[in-house]
Write a new protein. Structure first.
Length: 134
């Protein structure tokens, strides 16, 4: 299901706005960098992921934070994503979630799980479409 996202400027801020969120980013003093390339999906690898499985994995990752600011690693490879993080004081998480597509390249990225979960909860879809680029 397609959702409408407003992208624009307000004073010295770039604004992304949807049904359940507003995101503001400070504009640079110089002209804003070319962003059209990142909005063009053609150069990206598309895949789907089960929202509930990703959310459960993120919640387990958040439990391991124990008040620390630690990033969770997402290694997208073949037809799965490996979700991992380690807190030396509490323990570690290392699990896989299947993807809908076999990826041509691997993508290794880290996110702070509470922020990602907050964004994930804004979507009603059972499957989340991801567009990845190495």
């Amino acid at each position: 299901q397609d959702k409408t996202i407003f992208i624009g400027t307000c004073g010295k801020q770039l604004v992304f706005s949807g049904d359940f969120f507003n995101f503001f980013s400070k504009l640079l003093a110089d002209s804003f960098p070319a962003y059209k390339a990142i909005l063009d999906k053609e150069a990206f690898m598309a895949c789907g992921i089960d929202k509930s499985k990703l959310a459960k994995s993120l919640k387990r990752s958040i439990c391991l934070l124990s008040g620390n600011f630690l990033a969770t690693r997402f290694l997208f490879k073949d037809n799965f994503v490996n979700v991992s993080m380690q807190n030396n004081e509490v323990g570690m998480l290392d699990e896989q979630i299947n993807l809908s597509t076999n990826l041509q390249e691997q993508v290794d990225i880290k996110f702070y799980a509470p922020n990602l979960l907050s964004g994930l909860n804004a979507f009603d879809n059972n499957t989340i479409e991801l567009y990845l680029k190495s």
